[in-house]
Design a protein around this ligand. Structure first.
Ligand code: NDP
Length: 612
């Protein structure tokens, strides 16, 4: 039995990190390795606390009786006094009696807060006349950030800043906003604690059985889709497609090309070109550095492919051996996943992924045990996320375009093939151009690097996302110019929403006081980060997903309506993003508690306005 003082479900008093304030919390779990308790505050926020930061409720009840002699009015006045530590004139030295009085006041305040107030008290409530966008006063009392800030910020700025934080006025009116956010230490400390590593209690993806099933289901789906696409009639009625001979699936030369491709991209990644940026703080407060040179890698790859074509290299070799390439990439991704899992067993606890540390081999292997596996400064997850698979997707598309021209003796590619190639090229170039944005995504900050991401990055993306181009080679589809124009407009609308929404959030997260974002309103949260409630993020809760789905539809439309196969991507993508959205909501609810609920009230639709 672990040596722990507090049991699961016990209601205790938990210290708010970085402050001397205690709030009523419920113990939800205890981690034997890190010796941290996961506790839930009344507003729903969950944090990991050390035992020394937790006290039994009885110790506070005792204090209450001691202070009960003070009248409510006195209590109230002492509270408002001590909540303005900036009150004594700056530079003036206190006499010892004043100092004692101040200490007493402070002590009382802490006791009273401990005793009487939930963790959502806005101070000084007596003076607070501002409204949260017209909502009643009580709704303003949601966050603990004011309490944290009180402990951390310089006295003279404190109250004003706290109030500013709670005001949802357009931020150009906020005079001291920059100072609020320049208190980076405050936010980092909080974030650090919020993400303290512990055992994964809530299993996603259907738990162990779900993870086990997906390990086989995902590769099977890829092979099914590719086999179907090769059929003259890829109708679902023709299920199951005839299985190819096993030996026809493996070709050492193809495997060699896959390895060469992977290591060529690794070489480009290692080139000392492009800026180096810091990622978000990890659970230990450290920030990893990442080189932003994905776009350069793309340009170098384009030059390499151009050179090969110049020397008459037949790129449609990729089309001819497509299934073998998929098998080789899958074999490579299984090998890499095993390597990652083995090395993760030696990783320090704090470097494990919050979602992939369940202790169950299958689950951790699938979701990824280690958060940021690195060999020296080579970050395997970050590298795989946007390079070999994403750039590979564009190269495969180009190979399909050339294969179409060759097979159908065309001097020009078909309009539908051009549309698919250009839309998807835009998507990939955009991702590489905005590579830095990937550092704030769930994949980098939350998910470990295991089979799910390895297979997704190296097999699923290049071989499933190129399905439309692969389909068009075997199933030519004519598209008229007006239809092509309409599809292009649809893609542009999707891209516009996707890009603007992602850029808006990314800029806000990187620099919330950016003057260009001053027109946006946000809800403050206990972690110090704000939740945008106007702009794209006030339209629906995941505007970037909406744009992405619109684009996915535009990629399928050039394939016509004869078969559902080229629409696999958009159907799968809607399922993926709906599930991803649910996962993200769950994490945000844990992170932001009541503030997230308020955001959901303000912005009721998740992805599709007035529908979902
Ligand atoms: P998002 O970029 O949607 O980020 C979600 C996070 O944003 C939340 O966890 C929260 O994190 C923050 N957030 C949520 N609401 C707000 C708000 N109102 N104001 C400010 N911040 C908010 O996550 P994804 O990683 O899922 O997606 C990134 C992009 O990648 C999307 O465009 C998506 O479509 C695309 N994508 C594409 C895939 C593909 O296969 N083509 C697969 C998956 C994603 P915090 O508060 O901690 O910052």
């Amino acid at each position: 039995m672990p040596n722990r003082r507090f049991a699961d479900g016990e209601v205790v008093m938990g210290r708010w990190p970085g402050s001397v304030l205690y709030y009523e919390v419920q113990v939800t779990s205890y981690d034997d390795v890190s010796h941290l308790y996961t506790v839930k505050y009344k507003d729903g926020t969950e944090l990991a606390l050390k035992e020394s930061d937790i006290r039994s409720q009885s110790s506070f009840k005792h204090r209450k009786s001691q202070s009960s002699s003070s009248s409510p009015s006195r209590r109230s006045s002492s509270r408002s006094r001590s909540r303005s530590p900036g009150r004594p004139a700056k530079g003036r030295r206190r006499s010892s009696s004043q100092s004692r009085e101040h200490k007493d006041d402070k002590k009382k305040t802490i006791q009273e807060t401990n005793l009487a107030l939930p963790p959502c008290v806005l101070k000084p409530s007596e003076n607070n006349t501002r409204r949260y966008n017209g909502e009643p006063d009580s709704t303003e009392r949601n966050d603990t950030s004011c309490l944290i800030l009180e402990q951390k910020l310089k006295p003279d700025l404190e109250v004003e800043r706290v109030l500013e934080q709670y005001s949802l006025r357009p931020r150009k009116e906020e005079k001291k906003k920059e100072e609020i956010y320049s208190e980076k230490k405050v936010f980092e400390t909080i974030k650090t604690i919020e993400k303290a590593s512990s055992k994964t209690k809530e299993l996603e993806f259907g738990g162990r059985i779900g993870a086990f099933t997906l390990i086989f289901f995902l590769p099977a789906t890829v092979f099914y889709l590719l086999l179907m696409c090769k059929q003259d009639d890829p109708s679902l009625m023709n299920f199951p497609p005839p299985l190819p001979a096993l030996e026809s699936l493996w070709e050492p030369r193809v495997f060699g090309v896959v390895l060469l491709w992977f290591f060529l991209q690794a070489l480009f990644y290692l080139l000392p070109i492009g800026k180096v940026v810091e990622g978000l703080p990890l659970s230990n407060g450290r920030k990893l550095q990442y080189r932003i040179n994905g776009f350069y890698a793309f340009v170098l790859t384009a030059a390499a492919i151009g050179t090969l074509l110049y020397f008459q290299f037949e790129l449609h070799y990729l089309y001819d051996h497509f299934m073998q390439f998929a098998v080789s990439a899958a074999a490579f991704s299984v090998g890499l996943s095993i390597f990652l899992y083995i090395r993760s067993l030696k990783a320090p606890e704090e470097e494990l992924a919050p979602g992939g540390n369940s202790g169950y081999f299958v689950y951790d292997f699938f979701t990824g045990h280690e958060l940021n596996p690195r060999i020296g400064s080579f970050d395997l997850k970050y590298f795989c996320e946007l390079r070999p698979g994403l750039i590979g997707w564009v190269v495969i598309n180009l190979a399909m375009l050339l294969a179409e021209m060759k097979i159908h003796n065309q001097s020009m590619p078909s309009l539908s093939m051009v549309l698919v190639n250009s839309f998807q090229l835009l998507y990939v170039v955009d991702a590489l151009w905005n590579e830095e944005a990937v550092l704030t995504t769930m994949d980098i900050t939350h998910d470990g690097f295991g089979f799910m991401l390895v297979f997704g990055d190296l097999v699923w993306v290049p071989f499933v996302y190129s399905l439309q181009a692969f389909y068009l080679v075997g199933h030519p589809t004519a598209v008229s110019w007006p239809v092509a124009a309409a599809i292009t407009i649809l893609n542009c609308i999707g891209y516009y929403i996707f890009r603007r929404a992602n850029s808006q959030k990314n800029s806000f997260r990187r620099n919330p006081s950016d003057p260009k974002l001053a027109y946006l309103k946000f809800i403050p949260t206990a972690t110090g980060k704000g939740l945008l409630v106007t702009g794209w993020w006030g339209f629906v809760r995941h505007p970037n997903y909406l744009g992405d789905i619109i684009m996915a539809l535009a990629w399928s439309l050039p394939c016509g309506f004869n078969h559902i196969l080229p629409y696999f991507y958009v159907i799968y993508f809607i399922c993926l993003l709906v599930h991803r959205e649910a996962r993200d909501e769950h994490h945000c609810k844990q992170k932001y508690g009541l503030a997230w609920e308020r955001y959901c009230q303000r912005v009721p639709y998740r992805i599709f306005p007035y529908i979902y």
